[in-house]
Design a protein around this ligand. Structure first.
Ligand SMILES: Cc1cc2nc3c(=O)[nH]c(=O)nc-3n(C[C@H](O)[C@H](O)[C@H](O)COP(=O)(O)O)c2cc1C
Length: 246
């Protein structure tokens, strides 16, 4: 792997080669050394290998190509285990709230990224599936998740079939602010996105979607308002029923 993973890419096509349990367990053991809130390890990882359960999950991820991976990891914000341990020890567990959900989500996502980094170091390919929060209640049903366990990240994992597609990034000055936040002028915002707009794959993207520009593709096709609002409401209702918004 190159220095600082500067050439890393998400992988969405995988060979049939299985990911051995021993290797996966080694990766998960190492990944658990990632920082975690108060060292409480507020996460659980559900490993799905069964073709039938993978097919059920794939449906909830809108049959995205990466769901063909040999392993699907659903990484959950989990305050259930810790709460039960507290209750069994006569400790007042006040973790059924938004603050606790955010802490557990941070833990779960940091773990997910550590798994990604270590797996990629091993030559495995990974791809996040952001659809995990769109259909979180359905996924929770498939995986038998109890109260205070909410899926917040999902990784497709396997041996890469091909190198993945190179993507662009905004320049450093777009996201680094010295000392205090630099509120960019309209002109500066336009200029920060220039190279992204000129990236050949993105020019193609605009053309294919019949839009005037890349911003419209993102805001109106990929992540449209109505979809964001509908999935937000669904997620709020689910968090309530999962016991996190008391
Ligand atoms: C939170 C999150 C959600 C993502 N969701 C998806 C997804 O649903 N499907 C997919 O193919 N890629 C998904 N990705 C991968 C991104 O599309 C990818 O990281 C980005 O386009 C940059 O490409 P690269 O990782 O190859 O550099 C997701 C990444 C993140 C961090």
């Amino acid at each position: 792997m190159d220095k600082y993973f500067i050439n890393r890419r998400s992988v969405r096509n995988f060979t049939d080669r299985p990911v051995e349990s021993s290797l996966l367990n080694e990766i998960l053991t190492a990944a658990a050394k990632a920082p975690t809130c108060g060292n409480m390890q507020l996460y659980s990882v559900i490993v799905t290998r069964s073709p039938q359960r993978k097919a059920e999950l794939a449906k909830q991820h809108f049959s995205q190509p990466a769901t063909n991976a040999p392993v699907i990891l659903t990484i959950c914000a989990d305050f259930n285990r810790f709460t039960r341990w507290c209750q069994l020890n006569n400790a007042d567990a006040g973790f059924d709230n938004l603050e606790s959900f955010i802490s557990a989500t941070a833990d779960a996502i940091i773990l997910a990224q550590q798994i990604t980094t270590i797996a990629e170091q091993e030559g495995l390919g990974t791809c996040y599936l952001g659809t995990v929060t769109y259909n979180a209640p359905e996924i929770a049903g498939i995986l038998n998740l109890p109260e205070l366990v909410v899926p917040v990240a999902c990784l497709a994992l396997g041996w890469p079939d091909g190198p993945g597609i190179e993507t662009e990034r905004l320049p450093l000055e777009a996201f680094v602010h010295e000392e205090t936040y630099r509120n960019d002028s309209d002109q500066e915002i336009i200029s920060l996105f220039k190279s992204k707009e000129q990236y050949p794959a993105n020019i193609q993207f605009v053309k294919e979607n019949n839009k005037d520009n890349l911003a419209q593709v993102f805001a109106e096709i990929r992540y449209p308002r109505a979809m964001n609002e509908a999935f937000s409401q669904k997620l709020k209702d689910y968090l309530q029923s999962a016991g996190f918004l008391k």
